[in-house]
Ligand binder design. Structure first.
Ligand code: DGJ
Length: 498
């Protein structure tokens, strides 16, 4: 509830945001180009258009804000259709990419339910780690003796789409491209350019550098059966300069031109904008892309809050949400497959794990949650999302209701030990008050079942053991009683109008 004034800048990368309180007690918000690295000399008669802001007002809280933004994306920007379940090889192999290994991964990924196979970083140049190869967009012949077509053929024979990773605007000092063109770096004379993740930024304002990338990307996408591109961006623009002037804005415009040209040339290809590391989750890049990778932190516990934050501004179908290995790649924490699977359910689902070394129990879990996602994907990708306020800050609840309000799916995640000894009821939202709904417990942690018979904390509310039909009004006003849940576990509830 309450007033919300909201805005999102349609600009990728460096920007400036200012929030001030005026002496009159008003709040002043400015969003726009960052004057620090912006410079433009207009000739007589020339014009310049600054980035736009999407903004609005809601007198009914953040949910209306999110619905308006989500609807804007759905109605005016996004492609129709359902996003395919993706498999990404990064956390399985990192830079140790070889054709044979990737073929094995693809086969296993297909068995688990993936529909799209993405080979990540490491397939090109001398790219054996973060220190080398960026800029050399030629297939590494040691890793792929017969080119990448061999892998693509295998992927397609499995009935999967094929995707590939690139980070076009970057150049490692240890690369053939840099050795040939050290002057192609986005830098200012008099300042030593700074590396980030051992890479410089390629100056796209230099026509030869731009043309080189356009030619290499057109070769990659035009001469191979590529369906999907993961376009990475792993550093900020620092001291970006061209011809002695600040050039962050000019660089971003050239990035748009490059991507626009590729989108026009290869309209069937979907582009993923990765990542927030380069400030690449925004409504302007969304016009050219179909999905965002929110963070490399794929720890299911962390992901709950990362994804919740993202949900305020972007609809579920553009949010990459991956099931990771039991041992999280980023934090080494361990979570049950149920918690990982349910956390990844409400987005553009992906699998980012090693299906070859995983045991059968894990693999059964991956299969189960990929199938569950597909079963509910239409609702998740086309429905209306609701975040539910819970009085206990350790509990997060959210769900999606189909546009006709006939079906809904809600998740309750317990992040830590509850603060209170009793769970508050789950008051759902978005349902038709006068309708009746069949309430089904779709998934729950094993722990709920044990400990009954005296263990009050584990007592299950009746609806969890006996199917119930409940009115939309009751579900929204009185709500469903919840059991105490263990930290880092979740329950999934399905609703069907009867
Ligand atoms: C950062 C991305 O977020 C990862 O998923 C992976 O693609 C690496 N870059 C590869 O270098």
């Amino acid at each position: 509830s309450g007033d919300v004034y909201f805005g999102a800048l349609r600009r990728t990368g460096n920007f400036s945001g200012v929030v001030e309180q005026t002496p009159y007690g008003e709040t002043l918000v400015q969003l726009g180009l960052n004057a620090h690295d912006f410079c433009l000399k207009l000739q007589a008669g020339e014009t310049f258009t600054s980035p736009a802001i999407i903004c609005g007002y809601s007198n009914s809280g953040f949910e209306t804000m999110s619905h308006n933004l989500h609807n804007f994306a759905k109605d005016f920007i996004l492609r129709a259709g359902l996003r395919p379940v993706l498999y990404n090889s990064w956390e399985a192999t990192e830079f140790g990419v070889t054709c044979e290994e990737q073929k094995k991964l693809a086969k296993r990924a297909q068995e688990l339910g993936a529909e799209l196979f993405v080979v990540d970083d490491g397939w090109f140049g001398e790219r054996n780690g973060i220190e080398n190869g960026l800029g050399d967009w030629y297939v590494n012949e040691e890793k792929f003796p017969n080119g990448i077509d061999e892998l693509i053929k295998e992927v397609k024979s499995l009935g999967l789409l094929f995707g590939i990773w690139v980070e076009p605007e970057m150049i490692n000092p240890d690369s053939d491209l840099y050795r040939a063109h050290p002057d192609w770096v986005l830098a200012l004379p008099g300042y030593t350019p700074l590396t980030g993740r051992h890479q410089f930024v390629l100056n796209l304002n230099i026509p030869e550098a731009f043309d080189y990338l356009l030619e290499r990307m057109s070769w990659l996408l035009g001469e191979h059966a590529v369906d999907y591109v993961k376009w990475d961006m792993n550093r900020e623009l620092v001291q970006p300069g061209h011809q002695g002037r600040a050039a962050a804005d000019a660089q971003t415009r050239q990035f748009y031109r490059l991507l626009d040209t590729l989108v026009a040339r290869f309209p069937h290809i979907e582009f993923e904008s990765c990542s927030s590391g380069g400030g690449r989750i925004d409504y302007e890049v969304l016009k050219r892309s179909h999905r965002f990778w929110a963070s490399d932190n794929n720890d299911a516990l962390e992901r709950n809050t990362i994804q919740r934050g993202m949900s305020y501004f972007f609809p579920p179908e553009v949010m990459g949400a991956h099931i990771g290995n039991r041992h999280c790649h980023a934090t080494f924490r361990q979570h049950s497959i149920a918690f990982r699977g349910l956390t990844a359910l409400f987005g553009h689902m992906g699998l980012e794990l090693d299906p070859v070394s995983a045991d059968e129990e894990e693999r059964a879990g991956y299969r189960k949650y990929a199938a569950l996602h597909k079963q509910w994907r239409d609702v998740i990708h086309h429905g209306v999302q609701w975040r539910i306020d819970m009085p206990d800050a350790t509990t997060l609840a959210h769900g999606v209701v189909s546009p006709d309000e006939a079906q809904a799916i809600f998740l309750v995640s317990q992040l830590a030990m509850p603060d209170y000894t009793l769970m508050a009821p789950l008051r759902l939202a978005g349902l038709e008050a006068s309708a009746r709904y069949q309430v089904t417990l779709l998934d729950h942690p094993n722990i709920q079942i044990t400990g009954e018979g005296g263990h009050t904390m584990r007592k299950l509310p009746a609806w969890m053991t006996t199917p119930q039909t409940v009115s939309g009004e009751w579900l929204q006003q009185a709500g469903l009683a919840l059991p105490i849940l263990d930290p880092e576990s979740a329950i999934l509830i399905g609703l069907q109008r009867v």
